[in-house]
Design a binder for this molecule. Structure first.
Ligand SMILES: Cc1ncc(COP(=O)(O)O)c(C=O)c1O
Length: 406
């Protein structure tokens, strides 16, 4: 059985979530907007899902909008806030390390006259709240800063970020908590955010389901028109089973979080210690302010994508960084923003643990990574040596023929 250390990409669906969903995929199949009994049953399930997701993050049920996942939540948050705020201003402040569902949404908005200011991050991927503060002008309507980074696991100083944003009246604060939700305490009041994005598949829920917290009274324009679903904030018949699966998985993740996090932190630290001994390997992301489950590194002189392929063949599933970007030859915008030259960023590898990861799997993963790096280095050295020898032979032959001609 291959080892799965790519929980930042997605997590397996929890049995409890599946069991909670099944009745709503079978007998309770009604449309929650229908007034009859079938509809009312589905509505009751959906209402309960709102309540449970809300209670897991300290929100009110009416403040939860179910969506199709993290990307939609992020699109809805930034575009919805931008269009709603356009009469007051056109400036949006963000960081250079956001997920593309935020970053590309903002680039799209730029085409319509919004001004996007990307605040840089330090070597660890952290934004400086004072720099962010300085970027906010009287024309700013929105600030979007992710809670935790999906590639390097750095957790942003959200309390300080929120405190700075609150100095500016009328500026909305959004956070992408898609990676953070499984691993960090999420309390929307403590975080003091107006909008927060979640995706069910990052914490044992189904794929294609997400939620967005929208603080009551927040001015946000729906980005999808049609029916009155989700209090007019997201038209379309809701994925009732999905919402119920998400609520079940989130409730469990919150209840188990302290114990799971403590265990994962220890496992991750053991793996990090082992990999640190590899020559030319460097950990990326913040050493302390970070997700407990994810370990990201750059390996000097190697290509992360080739390493991932070799590890897959050896029985270890991991990634170079963002799953959405795998297959693209682009160097990570996150590592670039953190100051890594492209040559170093190319060697990125991310191992992300999950609640079902065992100590034996981590031990074996460490061995596989060591071996894959050693094998790839040997291969690279032998190519260089053969290439060098061939070049020397070629040069020698040329010199000899030139001497003869001369
Ligand atoms: C930080 C972050 N935001 C947003 C997303 C997008 O979520 P989804 O895949 O549910 O659209 C991801 C997914 O990897 C993510 O890591």
């Amino acid at each position: 059985m291959p080892i799965y250390l790519d929980h930042a990409a997605t997590t397996p669906l929890r049995r409890e979530a599946l069991e909670a969903m099944l009745p709503y995929l079978t007998e309770h199949f009604g449309n929650p907007s229908s007034p009859h009994g079938f509809g009312r049953r589905a509505r009751a399930g959906l209402d309960e899902a709102h309540e449970r997701v809300a209670s897991a993050i300290g929100a009110r049920p009416r403040e939860i909008v179910f969506t199709s996942g993290g990307s939609e939540s992020n699109n809805l948050a930034v575009k919805g806030a931008a269009w709603a705020g356009k009469t007051r201003g056109h400036r949006i402040v963000t960081t250079a390390v956001e997920h593309h569902s935020v970053g590309y949404s903002l680039r799209y908005l730029e085409k319509f006259g919004f001004e996007i200011v990307e605040v840089p991050v330090d070597r660890y991927g952290c934004v400086d709240p004072d720099e962010l503060d300085a970027a906010i002008s009287s024309r700013t309507i929105l600030v979007s800063v992710m809670l935790a980074n999906n590639e390097v696991g750095t957790v942003q100083p959200m309390a300080e970020v929120a405190a700075r944003v609150r100095r500016h009246k009328g500026v909305l604060l959004h956070t992408d908590a898609v990676q953070g939700a499984a691993h960090l305490d999420i309390d929307v009041a403590a975080l003091d955010v107006d909008m927060l994005s979640l995706a069910a598949h990052k914490f044992g829920g189904p794929k294609g389901v997400g939620a967005m917290y929208v603080r009551h009274g927040t001015n946000m324009l729906a980005q999808q028109q049609g029916g009155a679903q989700e209090r007019y904030r997201r038209a379309g018949t809701e994925d009732v089973a999905g919402a119920i699966g998400m609520a079940a998985a989130l409730g469990l993740a919150v209840a188990e979080r302290p114990a799971v996090q403590a265990r994962l932190r220890t496992l991750r630290e053991g793996l990090a210690r082992r990999l640190r001994a590899i020559e030319g390997l460097q950990e990326t992301g913040h050493p302390v302010e970070r997700l407990a489950n994810s370990l990201s590194v750059v390996v000097r002189g190697l290509d992360g994508a080739s390493l991932v392929m070799a590890l897959d063949l050896a029985g270890l599933a991991c990634s170079t960084g963002s799953a959405c970007d795998s297959g693209s030859t682009e160097v990570s915008h996150v590592l670039r923003a953190m100051g890594y030259p492209d040559e170093e960023a190319k060697g990125a590898l991310r191992l992300s643990l999950g609640r079902e990861t065992t100590a034996e799997e981590v031990e074996e993963a460490g061995r596989l990574v060591e071996r894959a790096i050693a094998t790839q280095r040997e291969a690279a050295a032998s190519v260089a040596a053969t290439g060098g020898a061939a070049l020397a032979a070629h040069e020698g032959a040329r010199a000899a023929s030139e001497a003869k001609a001369g």
